[in-house]
Design a protein around this ligand. Structure first.
Ligand SMILES: *Cc1c(COP(=O)(O)O)cnc(C)c1O
Length: 389
């Protein structure tokens, strides 16, 4: 194909370079040399999907009714299961018909959202460091991302009073994400109250990404943004079965919240996708409505790994933020090292793969992220290598 023909759109061309490419290349080089890599860069559960969910899927897929096009908003039984789950977990009441829709993974819903609400020139407030999809989808929809710094001295919560007035005038939408990827920080009910006040005052749509709602530690179950009075008037929340039930490959999640916002997202979906596979939605019903013991077990697995990693790194003299949730640990690089330099040294000298923090935005510079997606034996081996370094 001629390069003239494959000329990308302005939006695609202006996406920031994919910063993990370099680490991926180094990883391949080291692997080719026969290095015994401990890969702590992967945000994907190493534990299989619980068996009762796999069984539900294998039953559902044998029913040929599931083989046809699904609807964009999702099966009613899936939406009902999602609403019941939200009621049981957070005590929130959702109108199943208008306030809940299924998603083909929450990334799909997050990625489509700016196309429903953003006109060229509108500003979208995005956390930095943050999940790269908020920024990419904003740019592709013609919007302008404005990074809200998540600083450690503020418990990785943004400070709204620091946002300039001219930005506020153009701000149409805000993404937030607690429990937070990549920092492992959680929010508080009080902070969500501030979000509602701020967003209501400035007419800003709030999109809260709650992919890690069940992956928390020390029995501190996070609140839903929708629990806060007023949140249903201005916001929607994205839930995912991916991390909760180790179902990343299945592509299933749901959005809940304000009916007009949900309707806007659904209108985009209706035009661009045809919904989640019905058999997967039926397995999702089983996941959401069966005993939640599997999530408790999952938390136990990751908490043990978190403790090994955080305690080990602290013993080695590293400056580590003790994650309250998610399967990530956010680590300050030693003075003088950039994120890239630190992750390159770890890979070259210790065969440990960590993600450079600047890949999550400018305010991730000076940090690296390690994922808890290897077993305790490998985690201990990583610590031993670091202690011997
Ligand atoms: C993993 C992740 C998601 C989403 O995933 P889906 O598999 O698309 O549901 C969403 N947000 C954050 C911050 C994540 O880390």
């Amino acid at each position: 194909m001629s390069t003239q023909l494959a000329k990308y759109s302005k939006g695609l061309n202006s996406l920031p370079p994919y910063l993990f490419v370099r680490i991926d290349q180094l990883k391949q080089e080291e692997r080719a040399k026969g290095a015994d890599l401990i890969d702590l860069s992967i945000g994907d559960p190493d534990i299989p999907t619980p068996n009762h969910i796999v069984e539900a899927m294998s039953k559902a897929i044998r029913d040929s009714a599931t083989h046809r096009y699904p609807s964009s908003n999702g099966r009613l039984d899936f939406r009902q299961a999602a609403a019941n789950w939200c009621k049981g977990r957070f005590g929130i009441d959702l109108d199943v018909k208008e306030e809940v829709i299924s998603l083909i993974g929450s990334k799909e819903g997050i990625g489509h959202t700016p196309f429903a609400f953003i006109d060229p020139g509108d500003v979208v407030l995005v956390p930095s460091p943050g999940y790269p999809v908020y920024q990419a989808a904003t740019i592709l929809a013609g919007g302008i991302p404005y990074p809200m710094p998540l600083l450690r001295e503020n418990n990785f919560l943004p400070l709204f009073e620091d946002i300039p007035q001219d930005i506020l005038n153009k701000a149409k939408l805000m993404f937030l994400n607690y429990p937070n990827n990549p920092t492992g920080a959680t929010s508080t009910f009080e902070f969500f109250g501030q979000v509602v006040d701020f967003a209501t005052k400035h007419n800003i749509i709030v999109c809260h990404d709650m992919a890690y709602s069940e992956m928390y530690y020390d029995s501190n179950a996070p609140h839903s943004f929708l629990e806060v009075p007023g949140a249903m008037d201005i916001g929607m929340e994205f839930f995912s079965l991916s991390k909760t039930y180790q179902m990343t490959g299945w592509r299933i999640g749901f959005a809940a919240g304000n009916r007009d916002l949900i309707a806007g997202l659904l209108k985009i979906k209706g035009n661009l996708d045809s919904g989640a596979f019905e058999a997967v939605q039926m397995a999702g019903v089983t996941a959401l409505s069966s005993s939640q013991d599997c999530t408790k077990k999952m938390r136990g697995v990751y908490q043990e790994r978190r403790d090994i990693l955080v305690n080990g790194l602290t013993q080695a003299g590293w400056d580590v933020y003790k994650s309250q949730a998610t399967f990530y640990v956010w680590i300050a690089t030693p003075a003088g090292y950039t994120s890239e330099e630190m992750s390159t040294r770890l890979l070259r000298e210790l065969s440990i793969v960590a993600t450079p923090g600047n890949g999550f935005g400018d305010y991730g510079e000076g940090y690296i992220r390690m994922a808890l997606t290897v077993d305790t034996k490998r985690m201990q081996e990583a610590i031993d290598r670091i202690l011997r370094w």
